[in-house]
Unconditional design. Structure first.
Length: 318
């Protein structure tokens, strides 16, 4: 029985993952390196096996060309990304998450996934770590592999908006310098794909921090008014752990004053604000707008959004 050629072994490994619709060039390189190492270590199979450290760019390119000819890979307009035979069954978000493991769906795209909004995003919002964290996560993934010194030269490429050229809609990558796996909730769709989306409590924090990524200021308030009570436990828990004191004041004001939610943690937040006498030029409900004469003395925050002014007071009404 003849020994399978390298490209046949690589093809088999790629196609074994039935839930894969796209793959990066660097990921293919990693599979090729794995395959060469396995063959080199099993010299009974092939005494002339090449060590993966001896591979050249030409070697990688020849194998990829054979995979394209065999129909395993399909070239795209992005020269570092290839589609697989079942790519058409996946949408933009699913393909992006497959290509870049250290990412998750966020902002308006996450709101749509949870069913919080009827706005159809014109672009995909994806959160990624900064380059330093990205590299560390990639190195951690291969650190225990015997060929890690070779693999480290073929780490996954840092995500770029240029991927939009192969998608139905543009993608916007938003960098998070505090990126953590605690930020997202892994969920499994019916097709078995590992789908990563921002945890819903933290998503409500993001709505107030970056409303322009979430359908706009009025839409954010509408979502809080419609779903804030339903998800109040998750919102308060997430804010208590991750939000700044200013963001806690924003959330606390909305939950308490507009939704009439009473919760011990909200009382703790208010007490902390009064104790620390927190004040300053940035204490506004929405950072993008000018100060309003309406304010909440309990939450020490300017209510600078007209539809919510009725929940504040002014010096004239005191």
């Amino acid at each position: 029985m003849s020994t399978p050629q390298i490209h046949e072994l690589v093809s088999k490994q790629i196609l074994e993952n039935k839930n894969l619709g796209a793959i990066t060039e660097n990921k293919i390189h990693q599979i090729i390196i794995h395959t060469y190492l396995n063959r080199f270590e099993n010299k009974n199979t092939n005494r002339r096996a090449k060590h993966p450290s001896k591979l050249t760019a030409t070697d990688f390119n020849k194998i990829i060309e054979k995979l394209i000819t065999a129909g395993v890979l399909k070239e795209t307009l992005h020269n570092k990304i290839f589609f697989l035979p079942n790519s058409l069954k996946y949408n933009d978000l699913e393909l992006i998450l497959q290509l870049y493991p250290a990412t998750y769906v966020s902002y308006l795209s996450a709101m749509q996934w949870y069913g919080l909004t009827n706005i159809i995003p014109k672009k995909s919002f994806i959160t990624i770590p900064n380059r330093t964290i990205w590299k560390r996560l990639c190195i951690e993934e291969i650190s225990s592999h015997p060929a890690n010194e070779i693999l480290i030269k073929n780490l996954d490429t840092y995500p770029s908006d240029s991927i939009s050229i192969i998608l139905d809609n543009p993608v916007q990558f938003i960098t998070d310098s505090k990126f953590s796996k605690l930020n997202y909730k892994p969920s499994f769709l019916n097709n078995g794909l590992h789908f990563r989306v921002k945890e819903i409590g933290q998503l409500f924090i993001d709505m107030l921090d970056k409303p322009n990524y979430c359908g706009g200021h009025q839409h954010v308030i509408d979502i809080y008014e419609e779903y804030g009570k339903l998800y109040s436990r998750q919102i308060i828990k997430a804010a208590n752990k991750y939000a700044s004191e200013l963001t806690k004041a924003r959330i606390g004001f909305i939950l308490e004053k507009t939704l009439n939610i009473n919760h011990p943690t909200l009382l703790e937040w208010k007490a902390s604000i009064l104790k620390n006498n927190v004040s300053g030029g940035s204490r506004k409900l929405f950072a993008e707008f000018e100060f309003s004469p309406y304010f909440s003395s309990e939450w020490n925050i300017s209510i600078n959004f007209k539809p919510l002014e009725k929940y504040g007071t002014t010096n004239a009404t005191n």
